[in-house]
Design a protein around this ligand. Structure first.
Ligand SMILES: [Zn+2]
Length: 267
């Protein structure tokens, strides 16, 4: 199945990563047409009521315009997501939108919504099918009109779910011979599949057969360190979590070092 993967590359943090990300994504995702958006002047002509999170409006608008031209499944994928396996089985899931899960469970960003839903969605990795275009347009209109006082797409998606009639169920699915528990949200006559956290993993990242690793670049000390995660053994590299990194404002004790040691013993 032919599909598009798009990413947004703006600024010094992401530019050094781009070529490594392109090489990896091209190598893993056999049927993907990959497009990079990087024109920061793109939205200067749009009048936006509340400009906070404007970069995410840029990304969303570019994706919708691109989507309308091509009308094939579209994957919006951040540059800090390292693909480990071909994502095509995710695209084949029978839902209108397939989105990764945000870190933090009931306290995931934005917390006022995850407190209600019990989970958060992460706009860093989202698959849109052609049937999702109307939903995407609603989200974009809300961003432009300042309905939720931000252009942040993740916040707008979460706020839209919480503030509109929806139902939530769970579905077990097998992907690459592993069983996962996805969350299905029925809303606006479409179905949104929130992927099990173990499919697109975040901290603590260990090798558990995941499809991709979503690594916070700041947590691993910047772009040059991040690039190592494309090439070196994940479990021999520094932990990707934020805990204990006082320079990033986190003073919690890291519990993941112990987890890693336990895992080593088991192996
Ligand atoms: Zn930790």
């Amino acid at each position: 199945m032919k599909y598009s993967i798009t990413t947004l590359c703006i600024g010094n943090k992401y530019t050094p990563i781009l070529q490594h990300w392109l090489n990896r994504t091209t190598q893993k995702c056999k049927n993907a047409v990959i497009t990079v958006f990087n024109d920061s002047n793109y939205i200067n002509n749009i009048h936006v009521k509340n400009r906070s999170g404007l970069i995410w409006l840029l990304r969303f608008k570019q994706n919708i315009d691109y989507f309308k031209q091509n009308m094939i499944p579209l994957v919006m994928c951040d540059l800090d997501i390292i693909i480990e396996k071909d994502i095509e089985p995710l695209i084949q899931l029978p839902f209108d939108i397939i989105i990764s899960k945000e870190i933090g469970g009931t306290n995931a960003y934005p917390t006022d919504c995850s407190n209600i839903l019990g989970f958060g969605v992460c706009a860093g990795f989202v698959i849109f099918k052609v049937t999702a275009l109307s939903f995407m347009t609603t989200i974009l209109d809300n961003m432009i009109n300042g309905k939720y006082n931000t252009c942040d797409d993740q916040v707008n998606i979460m706020k839209h779910i919480v503030n509109n009639k929806h139902s939530i169920s769970n579905e077990i699915v097998k992907i690459y011979d592993k069983c996962y528990n996805n969350i299905i949200i029925d809303i606006d006559n479409i179905k949104i599949c929130v992927l099990d956290f173990d499919i697109i993993v975040r901290d603590p990242i260990m090798n558990i057969g995941q499809v991709a690793n979503h690594i916070n670049i700041d947590n691993v000390g910047g772009s040059n360190n991040f690039i190592k995660y494309f090439y070196e053994d994940l479990e021999k590299l520094p932990l990707t979590c934020r805990c204990g990194k006082t320079h990033l404002g986190d003073n919690n004790k890291c519990i993941h070092i112990d987890l890693r040691n336990i895992n080593k013993c088991v192996c």
